[in-house]
Design a protein around this ligand. Structure first.
Ligand code: GDP
Length: 225
């Protein structure tokens, strides 16, 4: 245990351990789960594999990272907002080969970015499925997503990374993107973390209030009967 702590201290040059929560978002079939699996593959000894809505935990240098893979089906998207307060940053996966769904992708991204618990936080855009024929290039995706306008509106740092979650050579780009995201979160860590703390506390309070009100309504209905 002591040896392990010393090793962690040396490896991180004495920098404090930091907890970072990320959400991986995007339409269904964009490649979110495959991307998470690919990231886990880069750090096999540090992985606690999980399924579905369960968070995935992994260690990246000084960061204890939790990734929420929230699913992207139209009905599930409504649930995303319940997790936003906890997130320090966002990974947004785009199926670059699905031109038909670019408008839906853009609308979904725009909605995420303007949410008060997300706006201004760093965003890694993964232009996935670059191995597929007809996949859009980075510049085309920037246009389709109206990224420059979204940046002006929501003032966030972003990096767009063309990648393929299924091709080993392209997977490295995902790892590089994740490192960028963690470094960017790390630079503004105190501010972002304070925001996460405050937003999460507020959300818990609201949920608690809602639960109490609902319990009270149920109690009244029973009394009236
Ligand atoms: P999710 O719904 O966003 O979680 O998407 P999944 O990770 O389940 O992937 C949906 C489908 O796309 C699966 O059949 C994956 O194998 C496939 N897929 C994911 N990433 C890539 C990629 O980079 N290239 C190709 N060709 N297929 C991919």
């Amino acid at each position: 245990m002591l040896m392990e702590s010393c090793w962690n201290f040396l490896r991180n040059s004495g920098r404090p351990e930091r907890k970072v929560t990320l959400a991986i978002l995007g339409l269904d079939n964009a490649g979110k789960t495959t991307t998470v699996q690919s990231i886990q593959g880069e750090n096999p000894e540090d992985v606690c594999p999980t399924v579905g809505f369960s968070p995935v935990d992994l260690k990246q240098g000084q960061y204890d990272v939790t990734i929420f893979d929230l699913g992207g089906g139209e009905h599930i998207r409504g649930m995303w907002k319940h997790y936003f307060s906890e997130c320090h940053g966002v990974m947004f996966v785009v199926d670059s080969s699905d031109v038909q769904r670019m408008k839906e992708t853009k609308d979904t991204l725009a909605k995420v970015l303007r949410h008060p618990c997300i706006t201004g936080k760093p965003v890694l855009l993964l232009a996935n499925k670059q191995d597929k024929e007809g996949a859009l290039q980075e510049a085309d995706i920037v246009d389709h997503l109206t990224l420059k306008t979204l940046v002006k509106l929501n003032k966030f740092r972003y990096k767009i990374v063309p990648c393929s979650a299924v091709m080993p050579i392209r997977k490295k780009a995902i790892q590089g993107g994740l490192e960028w995201l963690l470094k960017t979160v790390g630079r503004g860590y105190n501010t972002i973390n304070e925001r996460v703390r405050k937003d999460t506390a507020e959300q818990r309070e609201q949920e608690e209030k809602y639960r109490r009100e609902r319990a009270e309504r149920v109690r009244k209905v029973r009394e009236d009967r």
